[in-house]
Design a protein around this ligand. Structure first.
Ligand code: BGC
Length: 676
């Protein structure tokens, strides 16, 4: 053994030759749940609340690096034992809102703010972005993901990755691949025809990998055509590395329930969260000749190649105080660009300052900033809609606000260890006596009703009371519309949701529908600034809103009616023959989202992919031979416009800067990336 060899960027092979077999196995197996559970058990770790770490080999100068969730901000514990300081991270808007901006500079800016917080809190790799395709509106994690369209998904992911990595921190694009449902997510087999797989479910990852070079990719939990993605050599080596040229590291999603040796052979380099038994298993298999040490070496080298890039390896001393004020502004601006105006009858919005509004729906006073699960961010605050409106000079009806706040206080969901860690569903909706709606319609100039939905990792959404409005919600919309319309007053519905809901049956009632998604901690400010006209909405739908759930081709092959216990591990392997639980046939093929709804003879959508209104009007020229279009603001107020062409030689999209009335801009549409 050479004396005093320690890891440097340029001596990875030398260090590799110094490592014992046990040390090699140690490097490819993460350090367990220690950092995630640090707050609970008082483990001493660099970043409490981070999802995982690698294991250090101090004698060779190899440090442990820290991996932390995303995607809507850095996910770490906001408080630490023995410290009065707080470690909150900015709660940015969810993925589906970021893609609704269609503004890749904006997404990149969000990415760099998140990357900066990761850096300043001591995180080396952010486990984000999530970029699975919105195959079906009921997937519980759609809020983390970007779109039903691979081009928009891939470009948005690439912008996010560029932003985070500009700070010298890594990303992990996830969950690779075809991880489109949460039910039985550890075991479900996604059965997808290869051509469909490549065009719909892989090409977004390909764009992100080729254009932004993420430091890592996270292999998903599910099987793909019979083989777990984490053990899938075709996916992780033949396609990802050999075809797309990916030269980073592949890590597992958080489970040790696979064949570790098969994962190494497939090109899965790092086992997270990691269990000691996996180290022993690897050592044993190499010794018995069941795993080639040279295959292990390939993964070990990639782990070291990752480590030498990280802030921890470079000795960066995190300040523990990123500029949360500046980042909050970025969160607000992103929300303002991604909120989508779906309906604005007779120019109802914007509302003039000085107007009074009656705010209905618990979500108006308890906005859902983001979803639950590992995508939940411990943010310092959430600005509710009532607070945002007051700041904009729009007055909120007091007596109604008091009733709702009282209801919320009395109906807080029980705080549990899990809800503290993974986020809470919000309070149940308040029943609304008709007299209250009538009284409010006398006192206020207009009404706003917030409809909220929460979802997250570990379960898919349901039809009743989730995709569909509840009877209570339908009643509130009808009663408020009747009461206010009888007095010639307007009604706005705000959708504070993480995924698509049914809109067709009630959308004729209100005058305005504003899709806020889950807009992050600054949501109330962003919404209020759109309602007041301080900001002209410019978001467009990244996903189709169908009239009927069963209009969606994948509805035939999705567990929409699965109400089994713990849908995350619903059937385990014993249910491997149960349709949509053990396996899911992607029978709809290419018919995902607008690719289906745009076809002749297909049902009409309630709101089409790419739809979104503005307070001004635009004229757009046909694309020229360089794929450029000229956009002119022909209306009366400044605004931004998105141009989207999804088919043919001109496929691509672009967004203008803020155009003054009469002003034009020539946009170069980004185009589909060509493979090979
Ligand atoms: C999730 C991943 C996450 C990981 C670490 C898993 O359960 O699927 O998205 O990055 O946990 O928290």
């Amino acid at each position: 053994m050479a004396q005093n060899v320690t890891l440097r960027q340029d001596n990875i092979d030398e260090v590799l030759s110094e490592l014992t077999l046990k040390e090699k196995a140690t490097l490819v197996v993460g350090a367990g749940y220690k950092s995630m559970l640090a707050g609970m058990f008082g483990f001493k770790v660099p970043v409490p609340g981070a999802a995982g770490m690698t294991r250090a080999i101090p004698r060779l100068g190899i440090p442990a690096i820290v991996l932390s969730d995303g995607p809507a901000g850095v996910r770490i514990e906001p408080k630490r034992k023995g410290s009065k300081d707080t470690f909150y991270c900015t709660g940015f808007p969810i993925g589906s809102l970021l893609s609704s901006t269609w503004n890749m500079e904006m997404v990149e800016m969000v990415g760099s703010a998140i990357g900066n917080e990761a850096l300043e809190y001591g995180v080396d790799v952010l486990l984000a972005p999530g970029m699975n395709i919105h195959r079906n509106p009921l997937c519980g994690r759609n809020f983390e993901y970007f779109s039903e369209d691979p081009l928009l998904s891939g470009k948005t992911a690439a912008a996010y990755v560029r932003g985070v990595q500009s700070q010298g921190v890594g990303t992990s694009v996830k969950h690779f691949a075809a991880n489109n449902q949460e039910t039985n997510r550890f075991w479900n087999d996604s059965r997808v025809d290869e051509a469909v797989l490549r065009e719909i479910y892989l090409s977004n990852f390909e764009i992100a990998v080729r254009e932004a070079k993420p430091w890592t990719v996270m292999a998903s939990y599910n099987r793909l055509n019979g083989v777990h993605t984490q053990e899938n050599k075709w996916l992780l080596t033949d396609v990802l590395r050999d075809e797309w040229g990916f030269d980073g590291l592949v890590m597992t999603d958080w489970t040790g329930q696979r064949n570790t040796a098969h994962q190494i052979e497939a090109g899965c380099d790092l086992m997270e969260p990691g269990e000691k038994a996996q180290i022993n298993e690897l050592v044993k298999k190499v010794r018995k000749g069941e795993l080639k040490e040279s295959d292990l070496d390939i993964c070990v080298r990639r782990v070291m190649e990752l480590i030498v890039k990280t802030p921890t390896f470079k000795g960066y001393r995190p300040s523990l105080s990123p500029d949360l004020k500046v980042h909050a502004e970025i969160a607000r601006e992103a929300a303002e660009e991604g909120i989508v105006l779906l309906k604005n009858e007779k120019g109802t919005l914007p509302f003039a300052k000085g107007k009074s509004v009656a705010l209905f729906g618990v979500g108006s006073y308890q906005l859902l900033a983001g979803g639950t699960g590992s995508g939940h961010v411990h943010r310092p605050y959430i600005v509710n809609l009532d607070e945002g409106l007051e700041k904009e000079g729009i007055h909120v009806l007091d007596f109604l606000a008091s009733q709702y706040k009282d209801h919320i206080n009395k109906n807080q969901p029980k705080k549990t260890f899990m809800s503290g860690m993974l986020g809470s569903p919000g309070s149940t909706e308040m029943p609304l006596p008709q007299e209250t709606a009538l009284l409010a319609s006398e006192k206020a100039d207009a009404a706003i009703i917030t409809i909220s939905r929460q979802a997250g990792e570990g379960g898919d959404r349901h039809l009743e009371g989730d995709f569909l409005l509840t009877d209570l919600e339908k009643g509130i919309i009808a009663d408020v519309c009747n009461a206010f319309h009888a007095r010639g007053k307007k009604v706005v519905v705000v959708l504070n949701i993480g995924g698509v809901i049914e809109t067709a049956s009630w959308k004729d009632l209100p005058d305005v529908i504003l899709l806020a998604w889950q807009p992050g901690q600054e949501g109330g400010n962003a919404l209020a600034r759109i309602i007041s006209g301080a900001v002209n909405p410019s978001g467009k739908l990244p996903v189709t809103f169908p009239v009927d759930y069963f209009d969606i081709p994948s509805s035939k092959n999705f567990p929409y009616d699965y109400h089994g216990k713990g849908s995350m591990t619903a059937g385990k392997d014993k249910d491997k023959d149960v349709r949509n639980v053990g396996y899911t046939e992607y029978e709809e093929g290419f018919d995902v989202g607008y690719r289906y709804f745009g076809k002749p003879g297909s049902p009409k959508a309630s709101y089409e992919f790419g739809f979104g209104l503005s307070y001004t009007a635009f004229e757009v020229s046909a694309p020229d031979k360089n794929n450029c279009v000229t956009v002119t603001n022909t209306g009366k107020v400044p605004g931004k416009e998105v141009v989207i062409i999804m088919e043919g030689v001109h496929a691509g999209f672009g967004k203008t800067h803020l155009l003054q009335p009469g002003e034009s801009e020539t946009l170069q549409l980004n185009s589909v990336i060509k493979t090979n």
